[in-house]
Design a protein around this ligand. Sequence first.
Ligand code: HEM
Length: 345
Amino acid sequence: MWLFNSSIGKKFIMALTGICLVLFVTFHVLMNAVAICWPSAYNSVCQALGANWYALICSAGLGLLVVIHVIYALVLTIQNRKARGNDRYAVSARPKSVEWSSQNMLVLGIVVAAFLGVHLVQFWARMQAQEVMGSLYEANGVEIPAAAGTLFLQIAFQNWWTPVIYMIGFVALWFHLNHGFWSMWQSIGINNNAWLPRWKKVSCWWVTAVCVLFALQAVVFTVRANQNYYVENETLKTQYMEMYKEHLDKLNAPLIEQMQALQEEYQQLSKNTSMDFAAKMQRQSEIQAEFSELNSKIEFNGAFLHEQYMKLHLIADKPEPAVETTPAAVEESVEEVADTVTVNE
Ligand code: HEM
């Protein structure tokens, strides 16, 4: 089939997957803008998308697009080098940045892939992957809900190296996308056309806007994370509490079901007049024991998740020092207040 065998077919696949990835990156930068303007709405979106089937299919499709894009890029590069030998860059005149990125596509690709690796470990692996497993993610000894996107921003951007790696990633991405668009217009064959320069300008502006926005967002996330905004904001804390409650309901649902079944069995036994009395008493006391065991599991889950919520401030790199409440500390603070009062008088 021409699409897979011919050179133009392969370039078409590159262009198509490339456009889809650019659309994804554009959607992503807009989603990040929500995290800046309205962090609690961002968490709600994370909660809604999370690990539902639509989101999982989209993520798998995205992964497939990346794989196809990379494989075809490698195949086309090898083919071009074989065909053109040392003359491979002698095409038509192109802007300096495109010329430079064209010659450094392998390095740029590796930098973008390295950034993406770090990025996916920081977010995707802790959010969507964690939600699929139905577990909480542990950070600094605190277990946190996978849908709490803003807490993951806190964890990532409170490290000094995160914005550094991201900035390098955005620069590489800018060169990569700029070159990608440029060669796409060549591949599609829009040559000597009055529209070609316009399309090239639009794509350059688009790519620049996306990368600059990403960079500005990384700055805002870094500043907020270093102010512990994401662990101290009251609206967000209420939302985290709701997420813990939701997780608690999920944990307790099978236990409550078992308790209901036991209750029913107990009632059936009470009504049963044909059963041996001793056996009946034996089973009823077993049921009572199982019931109280399940009850204490439910209580444990509640206490455990409440404790995690109370410890949320420990996620911060430099958490606010806890208020000391030993008798000596209380006496000291009373004395301090008394001193202030005397001075004011
Ligand atoms: C300031 C910059 C960025 C921030 C704060 C950010 C944040 C996030 C977050 C929170 C997620 C997890 C969403 C979830 O699993 O529910 C995510 C996923 C992802 N990000 Fe980013 N991102 C940034 C830049 C980028 C860039 C530049 C790229 C591409 C080159 C990128 C590619 C991805 C991909 C492929 C995923 C996985 C999507 C999926 O699960 O379907 N991100 N990002």
